[in-house]
Design a protein around this ligand. Structure first.
Ligand SMILES: C[S@@+](CC[C@H](N)C(=O)[O-])C[C@H]1O[C@@H](n2cnc3c(N)ncnc32)[C@H](O)[C@@H]1O
Length: 211
C-alpha cells in the first residue's frame, strides 16, 4: 500500500473526475453539492480551496460568491491545474495558482479556507505545515472547512468495505481515520466546531472558526 496517494499525476489526473465518479458510485457530485450548501457561502466571500484539484468543487464556490467575491484554487499538480483553469475560465474573479500548500503563502485576508480530501494523505508534520498556512491565510473569525474521512474504526468495517478502503486508499488514510482532528485544530487556535456527516458517518465536513 502506498503511504500517500494525494499527489495525483499522469493518466489518473487526466481522468480524475471520472475516476472519482466511478469510485463513489456516481455519488460524489451530490456529496459535494450538499457540503457546499452546508457551508453557507455568501456573495462577496473570499475563499481559498487548498489542493483544489480539477476545480470541480471550486466551481460551486464561484457560483455562490458571485462577481463581488474572490476565489483562489491552489494546487501542485500540473494536469489538475490545467483542468481547473479550463473549468474556471469564465469566472474572472477566480484565480488558479500553482502552489505547495506545505510552504508559506504570500497571500492572506480570506474569510473561508476549504480543504477537501487532502488532509488524510498528509503526514502529521505536514498537516501542521498546512495549518500554519491556514492560520495566516484566514482573517480572525474566518472559517476553515475540512471535508475528508471522519474518525472511524477501520477494523469494524464490513469485510468488503475494509478491503476496498485499505486497498483503494493509502496507508495514511487509515491512520487519519483514528486522528483527533478537532483536538489538533484547537492547538492552532480554532474553535466553535460544527460537523456534518455523510456515507454512514464515514465522510465528515468539519467547520472550525479562527478565534
Ligand atoms: C485527492 S485530490 C483532492 C482534490 C479536490 N480537493 C477534491 O476534493 O476533489 C488531492 C489534491 O491535492 C493536491 N496536492 C497534493 N499535495 C499537495 C501540495 N503539497 N500542495 C498543493 N496541492 C497538493 C493534488 O494535486 C490533488 O489535486
Amino acid at each position: 500500500m502506498k503511504r500517500s496517494k494525494i499527489k495525483v499525476t499522469g493518466i489518473e489526473a487526466y481522468f480524475y473526475d471520472s475516476l472519482i465518479n466511478i469510485a463513489t458510485g456516481f455519488s460524489y457530485g451530490r456529496l459535494i453539492k450538499s457540503a457546499v450548501e452546508k457551508m453557507n457561502i455568501k456573495s462577496g466571500d473570499k475563499l481559498i480551496d487548498l489542493g483544489g484539484g480539477t476545480g470541480r468543487n471550486t466551481k460551486l464556490f464561484a457560483k455562490a460568491v458571485g462577481k463581488d467575491g474572490n476565489i483562489v484554487l491552489a494546487d501542485i499538480g500540473k494536469t489538475m491545474l490545467k483542468k481547473a483553469k479550463k473549468r474556471l475560465k469564465k469566472y474572472d474573479y477566480c484565480q488558479v495558482i500553482e502552489a505547495d500548500i506545505l510552504k508559506p503563502f504570500k497571500i492572506s485576508g480570506f474569510n473561508t479556507v476549504f480543504i477537501s480530501f487532502v488532509m488524510h494523505g498528509l503526514e502529521i508534520r505536514e498537516r501542521s505545515l498546512v495549518m500554519k498556512n491556514v492560520s495566516k491565510l484566514l482573517k480572525k473569525g474566518g472559517r476553515l472547512y475540512i471535508l475528508d474521512y471522519n474518525e472511524f474504526d477501520v477494523n469494524k468495517l464490513n469485510p468488503i468495505a475494509k478491503y476496498l478502503f485499505t486497498h483503494l486508499e493509502c496507508e495514511l488514510a487509515t491512520e487519519f481515520s483514528s486522528f483527533d482532528l478537532v483536538h489538533f485544530l484547537r492547538g492552532y487556535g480554532f474553535g466553535k466546531f460544527e460537523k456534518w456527516r455523510w456515507k454512514d458517518d464515514k465522510i465528515r465536513l468539519l467547520k472550525a472558526v479562527k478565534l
